[in-house]
Design a protein around this ligand. Structure first.
Ligand code: SF4
Length: 284
């Protein structure tokens, strides 16, 4: 009876993030703490390693998730120190990173000390929208380069995407799908934009009437908070569940995948069939 239980430990390497993407709470934290030295904090690596060793022993950990909103956006000295000390912990670990922080030497270092996987933020594949609306000043070319570097390593890679930003259209979501197809990523994660109070985009959503001032933004994993004229809630829910299918399956199947967007008996049956194929082909 019973198999081995896998226990993942979550550790905080940094608090906050030096960037200010408008959809992220860090944009609010930066404003809130701008007169008191900023919100971003870095934990000393030796202390982090001590904490990991203690928790590994105490909870019999088998995996580590490192909370650093952009793991590689720190000094080379810190990354090298981590690479030197982490082998004492000796567990596989997963991190998150911004595309522009990814370089071959940093990836080699991660790989050499046991990094099992990395999630990289694509967020939107429409370059103009990403820069103008989301405050992420980087090109599609740099994103593609980052995923190319990772594809030549033994690290598992996942792309983080978000849909349902204010004023985003169906066509823009397909720009994100196209970029994910181009980078040919292994793992495809997609979340709903949620206008949490404090993030810069919240104000725009209120101004545009997508959300009322006292509305509470919902869980980004469960459904869209906003119902926008150019992208109705139902359409967004359909695009959310089919997003990975559009990324992974050939375009001649896109008409069928579009049917999977529909919350109808036919759409749901087809969606179940595609989900089964997705797991078989891309997750086993
Ligand atoms: S890089 Fe990530 S954590 Fe940092 S501000 Fe942007 S979305 Fe937030």
């Amino acid at each position: 009876m019973g198999g081995k239980i896998s226990v993942t430990g979550t550790f905080e390497m940094n608090r906050g993030c030096p960037y200010t993407c408008t959809f992220c709470i860090n944009s609010g934290f930066h404003s809130l703490y701008e007169n008191s030295g900023g919100y971003y904090r870095e934990q000393e690596i030796p202390r982090l390693i001590d904490e990991m060793l203690e928790k590994k022993e105490k909870y019999n950990l088998s995996f580590v998730y490192l909370v650093a909103e952009s793991f590689l956006t720190t000094t080379r000295k810190r990354i090298e120190e981590f690479g030197r000390l982490y082998p004492q912990v000796g567990l596989p670990f997963w991190v998150e990173a911004r595309p522009e922080s990814i370089s071959k030497d940093k990836v080699d270092l991660l790989s050499s000390c046991g990094c099992e996987g990395i999630s990289v933020g694509v967020e939107s594949g429409n370059e103009d929208f990403r820069v103008r609306m989301l405050g992420r000043n980087l090109s599609n070319a740099r994103i593609i380069e980052a995923f190319e570097i990772l594809s030549n390593s033994d690290i598992r890679v996942s792309a983080n995407n978000i849909i349902g930003f204010p004023d985003e259209t169906r066509e823009m979501i397909f720009d994100t799908i196209e970029l994910d197809r181009q980078i040919n990523v292994q793992g495809v994660m997609v979340s709903f934009f949620s206008p949490y109070r404090g993030c810069t985009l919240r104000e725009l959503c209120e101004t545009k009437g997508y959300i009322k001032e006292d509305d509470i933004a919902g869980d980004y994993r469960l459904g869209p908070t906003m119902d926008m004229p150019q992208l109705r809630r139902e359409e967004l829910i359909g695009l959310h569940r089919t997003f990975p299918l559009y990324v992974k399956f050939p375009k001649h199947e896109w008409d069928d995948i579009r049917r999977c967007e529909q919350n109808t008996p036919v759409g749901n049956t087809l969606f179940q069939e595609y989900s089964r194929r997705y797991i078989e082909q891309f997750m086993s």
